[in-house]
Design a protein around this ligand. Structure first.
Ligand code: 13P
Ligand code: SF4
Length: 308
C-alpha cells in the first residue's frame, strides 16, 4: 500500500511539475517523499528558489503561507488546511495590533511561526536558526518588540544581553510540555549522553542543554559531536532524520510532564500519504492570500532570509 502511494505521488509530481517541501516533524513516510527536507528557514529559502509550478507544503499552515508569500505566482498546496500551530494561534492579529500600539517606537521582530497578518505588521521575521542574528542586527539603542514565543524571546534576550526588549506571552504547547525532571532522570541513566534542545522549550529545560538550536542546528550538532548518545528535546519527528543520518548513534526521546514519549505535534502529523495523493490530484486545498497583506508580509520575510 505504502509503495503504491509513493509511486502515485512520484507520478503526480512529474505530471504536474510539483515539488514537495517537508519539515523534519512530519511522519517518516511523508519525509520520504519530500524533494526537500528542512527547518523553517531552509524551507522558506527553498520555496523561493524552486521553479516548479506547484509547491506542496508538507508542514503546518504558517509554513505553506510563507511559501505563498514568497512565490505568489506558484500554486501552493497544503494537504490538510486545518494543520495549524499553537504558537501562531497564541498571537492573534488584532490583539498583536493593540500590543504594538503600546510600543510605537519599537522595531517588531516576529518568529516565522505566525499568521501572514502578523507578519504584515512586522519589521523583520526570524526563525530559531537566525533569531539571535536578527536581534543583533537592530542598533543597541533601538527597543525591540519580540513575538510571539516567550521562550525563544527570553533565550535570545539572555544570549544578546539585550534589555530594551518586550516579549509577547505566547508559547508552543508541544515544547512547553517537556519535563526538566524527566530529562534529569534520563541523564542519570545515560551519563555520557548529550542533551540537545529547541529554544521553544522553557528556560528550565534549556538550562540542561549541551546544545540549543533550530531543528537543522540540532541535526548538525549531533553529527559533529563525538558523543554516541543524545537526549533529544524537540518534537519526535526529528528522530527519523537523526537515525537516517547517524545510524551508529543512539537518540533518546525526552519525556513530557506526564511521562509520555514520543512528544508529538498533532498538527504536523495530520498529513498522510493518502492526503498528499488527494491534494496533488485535486490541486487543493490551495493557500491564497490577500495581495496587500502578502506584500507587507513579504518585506519582513525577505529581511529574514537576508540575515542567515
Ligand atoms: P525550526 O525552525 O527549528 O524547524 O522549528 C519549527 C518549529 O515549528 C518548531 O516547533
Ligand atoms: Fe507549532 Fe509547536 Fe507544532 Fe512547531 S511543534 S508547529 S511551534 S505547535
Amino acid at each position: 500500500m505504502v509503495d503504491k502511494l509513493r509511486t502515485r505521488i512520484e507520478e503526480l509530481k512529474r505530471e504536474k511539475n510539483a515539488v514537495i517541501l517537508a519539515h523534519y516533524y512530519m511522519r517518516p513516510e511523508v519525509q520520504a517523499v519530500a524533494d526537500f527536507l528542512g527547518d523553517s528557514l531552509a524551507l522558506s529559502i527553498e520555496a523561493k528558489r524552486t521553479d516548479a509550478r506547484i509547491i506542496l507544503f508538507a508542514g503546518v499552515h504558517f509554513m505553506a503561507e510563507t511559501a505563498k508569500v514568497l512565490c505568489p505566482d506558484r500554486k501552493v498546496l497544503i494537504p490538510v488546511r486545518e494543520a495549524g500551530c499553537s504558537l501562531a494561534e497564541s498571537c492573534q492579529s488584532e490583539a498583536f495590533r493593540r500590543f504594538r500600539a503600546l510600543y510605537p517606537d519599537h522595531k517588531v521582530i516576529s518568529y516565522v511561526n505566525t499568521s501572514v497578518e502578523v507578519k504584515a505588521q512586522t519589521d523583520i521575521c526570524c526563525t530559531s536558526s537566525n533569531a539571535l542574528k536578527v536581534v543583533e542586527s537592530i542598533p543597541a539603542d533601538v527597543p525591540i518588540l519580540f513575538g510571539p514565543d516567550r521562550n525563544l524571546g527570553r533565550y535570545v534576550q539572555r544570549l544578546s544581553g539585550r534589555e530594551n526588549m518586550v516579549i509577547w506571552d505566547g508559547a508552543c504547547v508541544v515544547h512547553e510540555r517537556f519535563s526538566a525532571d524527566g530529562i534529569r532522570r534520563l541523564k542519570e541513566e545515560h551519563p555520557s549522553a548529550r542533551v540537545v534542545t529547541h529554544p521553544e522549550c522553557p528556560a528550565e529545560v534549556v538550562a540542561l542543554a549541551d546544545y540549543t538550536g533550530s531543528t537543522a542546528g540540532m541535526l548538525d550538532f549531533c553529527g559533529r559531536d563525538a558523543a554516541k548518545e543524545f537526549i533529544v528535546v524537540t518534537e519526535a519527528g526529528i528522530l527519523c532524520e537523526l537515525g537516517r543520518r547517524y545510524p551508529e548513534k543512539v537518540f533518546i526521546a525526552a519525556p513530557t510532564l506526564d511521562g509520555r514519549t514520543p512528544n508529538e505535534c498533532e498538527d504536523m502529523k495530520l498529513a498522510t500519504l493518502e492526503r498528499i495523493v488527494d491534494c496533488l490530484e485535486r490541486e487543493a486545498p490551495e493557500v491564497t492570500i490577500d495581495e496587500e497583506v502578502r506584500r507587507a508580509a513579504e518585506r519582513s520575510i525577505l529581511r529574514m532570509i537576508e540575515i542567515h
